[in-house]
Ligand binder design. Structure first.
Ligand SMILES: Cc1cc2nc3c(=O)[nH]c(=O)nc-3n(C[C@H](O)[C@H](O)[C@H](O)COP(=O)(O)OP(=O)(O)OC[C@H]3O[C@@H](n4cnc5c(N)ncnc54)[C@H](O)[C@@H]3O)c2cc1C
Length: 276
């Protein structure tokens, strides 16, 4: 970024914390191609949250299918091109299998698939009696004086997520969380928002050790999704480590399945890879 002529103040004060947030990568070890994609997507589409929570997107996709097409809560223990073994429902035979799990589960079910390293992410939710910020903005920590990388009054974007009469503040800690997480996060939030946080109620802490597959260079944005005829794999670990990457790899895999079944896909494949 310096070589492209951007001033140090812009890089350190805005781009570094923004890219850390978009890539969940505080040390910015991600491939610059992925960083370019993240910035491109941010400039073009801005940030967004699904109304009602992250589950809503798969629920909407499933709702468009004939009733009974999707079954959830079924744990798969083994896969082959013509067979899926489940923990509770025995064996199912089929014409093809598309494995759409996270990277680690995919490699356990299909040994030989690569397991990437991961960026850990901790998300801390608080209920505040008053909103500490008037706008639905993502507040970035450029000074790195505490554990919070970025934070937002999420109920300004999606009021359905907040407890009645209060405001939901969701904050993200990147990297391994500190031991005294609750105290240090509240103190850092008071500094970031410039307001006391002692009346904020902690609602939940979600720590995901293997949250986001790392994308060090050289990162292949289009890992193969067709392993052999009848056996396919998709997910963020085949593309970019984002919701868009997961969706994009899913579309690539769907095309491969249809092609192998001799069916012409009705949608043309998007040639542009995307990132968060
Ligand atoms: C805290 C956090 C914050 C994030 N923030 C963002 C963000 O702001 N923007 C963004 O773009 N991305 C973000 N991500 C990344 C994003 O969530 C993932 O990239 C995306 O969910 C990957 O989708 P996926 O379908 O590949 O895998 P997943 O969403 O992991 O889905 C895999 C599914 O497979 C199921 N599964 C696993 N094993 C089995 C088995 N044996 N049998 C049956 N089912 C199984 C799992 O239960 C899961 O439902 C974030 C991730 C985390 C953890």
């Amino acid at each position: 970024l310096s070589a492209r002529g951007l001033p140090a103040r812009t890089i350190e004060g805005f781009l570094r914390p923004l890219l850390s947030a978009l890539l969940c990568d505080p040390d910015l070890t991600t491939s610059s191609r992925c960083a370019d994609l993240a910035l491109h997507a941010f400039a073009r589409g801005r940030l967004c949250l699904p109304e009602g929570g992250a589950d809503v997107l798969p629920e909407l996709l499933a709702a468009a299918l004939p009733p009974g097409t999707v079954r959830t809560g079924v744990r798969v223990t083994a896969v082959a091109a013509n067979r899926v073994t489940t923990a509770e429902h025995g064996e199912l035979t089929c014409r093809g299998v598309l494995l759409a799990t996270d990277a680690r589960a995919a490699a356990e079910l299909l040994p030989g698939l690569r397991v990437p390293s991961f960026h850990p992410v901790t998300v801390v939710h608080h209920a505040a009696p008053e909103p500490p910020l008037a706008e639905p903005a993502l507040l970035l920590d450029a000074d790195r004086r505490g554990p919070v990388a970025h934070t937002a009054v999420v109920s300004h974007v999606d009021p359905t997520r907040a407890p009645v009469g209060r405001f939901l503040v969701s904050s993200t800690v990147l990297g391994p969380p500190p031991d005294d997480l609750d105290r240090t996060v509240l103190a850092h939030l008071a500094e970031l928002y410039g307001t006391p946080t002692d009346r904020w109620e902690p609602l939940a802490v979600h720590h995901t050790r293997e949250a986001v597959p790392a994308m060090p260079p050289p990162h292949d944005l289009r890992r193969p999704v067709r392993l052999l005829s009848g056996l396919y794999v998709c997910g963020d670990h085949r593309d970019t480590s984002t919701v868009q990457g997961a969706l994009h790899s899913g579309r690539r895999a769907a095309h491969a399945v249809l092609t192998d079944l001799g069916i012409t896909p009705t949608h043309t494949e998007d040639r542009l890879p995307t990132a968060a």
